[in-house]
Design a protein around this ligand. Structure first.
Ligand code: UPG
Length: 329
């Protein structure tokens, strides 16, 4: 089906890591729909190449760039920036129907049946179930709807400052009008809500189809041991057993399918950038100028057992190979 697509959004290279894992999870479960990702100018050219190897379509959407009055009104509300960006999904009018998924979601099986639903379908939010969560929703691209949404945003803003508040106010009859537009919670299971209703999770959780790593700590903020295939916890991160097993699923895909892609494109770019070989305790390591957003993972990959940090004060290549200091963790 070429006129229907899964759509996600990544405004920077960090969120791209999530988009890539989501895209790969959809591929792994052999979706028959197109995969599209919306990005902003901030996304690096290397990352765009990697995105193009997973997604059928990588579309750059501009931050507020035009002079029309609605956009100007929105300019006065910088807090709605990311919200505004998500709304761009309605401009993908070469598709007749789409499923939007946040970059911090992961599919556990084929979910193509979502396309049987109509606009606007979404699952309840675990924090306030009369509201839907805007991390997974079915919609029909339409410039008319897009403009109405912009106008609504400019006039009313968003009660939570994000797209979720705005979309809930705009599609305000979702809670009561049509139960067919309520997606089951297993299509947008908040990984953090799991332990607030443990018996329900035990009863229904095995059928989970989409996990949503909602909240401030995203999967890519955790550390992962490539050898034991375990997510590591430290003082800043914590998680229940189930959260950790969902995180491990995310990291399995990231390490098996995404890291090799990132490295491949990294290598291609290296011909123009600096790279130094260094032998330390008999292990040859490669010091690279890496994008800070992926540095953590790449370092883990180069030295799976011991992540290291090069001396950040070193400036030239020679200096670095001398001054590199390793903080064994
Ligand atoms: N996003 C970016 N860059 C950012 C922030 C967000 O690309 O700097 C995209 C990305 O696709 C992300 C989504 O927007 O997954 C939502 O942002 P996120 O940081 O995941 O927000 P959460 O707090 O986890 O999510 C809740 C809702 C989500 C809604 C958001 C703001 O689950 O659907 O978009 O709040 O209302």
């Amino acid at each position: 089906v070429t006129d229907q697509a899964f759509v996600t959004l990544a405004t920077d290279d960090v969120y791209c890591q999530g988009a890539l894992v989501l895209g790969q999870s959809l591929r792994n479960h052999t979706t028959s729909r197109k995969l599209a990702v919306l990005i902003t100018p901030e996304v690096s050219s290397g990352m765009r190449s990697v995105l193009r190897s997973v997604f059928d379509e990588v579309t750059e959407v501009d931050a507020l760039d035009s002079a029309d009055s609605v956009r100007l009104a929105l300019l006065q509300r910088p807090e709605l920036g990311v919200t505004f960006t998500k709304l761009h999904c309605w401009t993908l009018t070469h598709y007749s129907k789409c499923v939007f998924m946040d970059a911090d979601t992961l599919v556990l099986c084929n979910v193509d049946e979502l396309f049987d639903r109509e606009e606007f379908s979404a699952a309840p939010d675990s924090g306030w179930p009369d509201c839907f969560n805007s991390g997974v929703f079915v919609f029909r691209p339409s410039l008319k709807t897009y403009n109405l949404l912009l106008q609504f945003a400019a006039e009313h803003g968003s009660f939570d400052g994000g797209d979720q508040g705005l979309l809930n106010s705009f599609f305000s009859n979702w809670a009561t009008a049509d139960i067919g537009k309520h997606l089951p919670f297993i299509y947008n299971l908040s990984s953090s809500a799991v332990y607030t209703y443990v018996p329900a999770f035990h009863h229904f959780g095995r059928d989970t189809k989409v996990v949503h790593f909602l909240g401030a700590t995203k999967p890519w903020n955790y550390k992962y041991n490539l050898q034991t295939k375990r997510v590591m916890q430290d003082g800043t991160t914590s998680g229940s057993f189930h959260q950790l097993s969902f995180l491990a699923l995310w990291w399995n895909i990231y390490s098996a399918s995404i890291l090799p892609l990132l490295e491949k494109f990294q290598k291609m770019e290296e011909s123009e950038s600096e790279e130094w070989k260094h032998t330390f305790r008999g292990v040859e390591i490669t010091l690279k100028k890496v994008d800070p957003s992926v540095a953590n993972s790449l370092q883990m990959h180069v030295l799976p057992e011991q992540a290291y940090e090069a001396d950040p004060t070193a400036s030239s290549s020679e200096e670095l190979s001398f001054k590199a200091e390793f903080n064994w963790r």
